[in-house]
Design a protein around this ligand. Structure first.
Ligand SMILES: [Zn+2]
Ligand SMILES: [Zn+2]
Length: 142
């Protein structure tokens, strides 16, 4: 399953240039950490991996969010997690025991449901979030 679309640092550096921001080593490292994470990653983990102070990471996360480089994933546990915003549309599988998060895309998309909602509720859907909570392969066995 290939979800990653922004593959290289240079693409990210160009995005920063467009909004007239410097490609600081911290920003590039943050992008690399988020890009290489196989699932949405928490701010704490980003701070640890990048090795700069919390304030800088939080400020840059804010910058990334505002410019739609990344998006927030909320799994209702009070932890904010982040992933690249231009990933192929997908959903998440969240293990309630080990908290592992996996990306998953559907074979069938939800276009049909969205069309039905538009027809029956006269509601124009722009986006949706859909997460699945349960137990992963490792946790279901123990
Ligand atoms: Zn969907
Ligand atoms: Zn698990």
């Amino acid at each position: 399953m290939i979800l990653r679309v922004m593959k290289s640092d240079s693409e990210f550096i160009n995005k920063l240039k467009k909004i007239k921001r410097r490609a600081t080593p911290a920003r590039i490292k943050m992008f690399e950490v988020i890009n290489s994470s196989r699932s949405p990653i928490s701010a704490d983990k980003i701070v640890k991996a990048v090795g700069v102070n919390k304030t800088t990471v939080y400020r840059d996360l804010d910058l990334f969010l505002k410019n739609n480089f990344i998006q927030e994933a909320d799994f209702g546990d009070g932890i904010k997690r982040f992933e690249l915003a231009n990933l192929k549309h997908h959903h998440h599988l969240i293990c309630l025991r080990c908290k592992r998060v996996q990306d998953v895309s559907f074979e069938e998309n939800l276009d049909w449901e969205e069309k039905r909602i538009k027809k029956t509720r006269k509601f124009q859907v722009v986006r949706h979030d859909l997460e699945f909570f349960g137990y992963c392969h490792n946790c279901i066995q123990s």
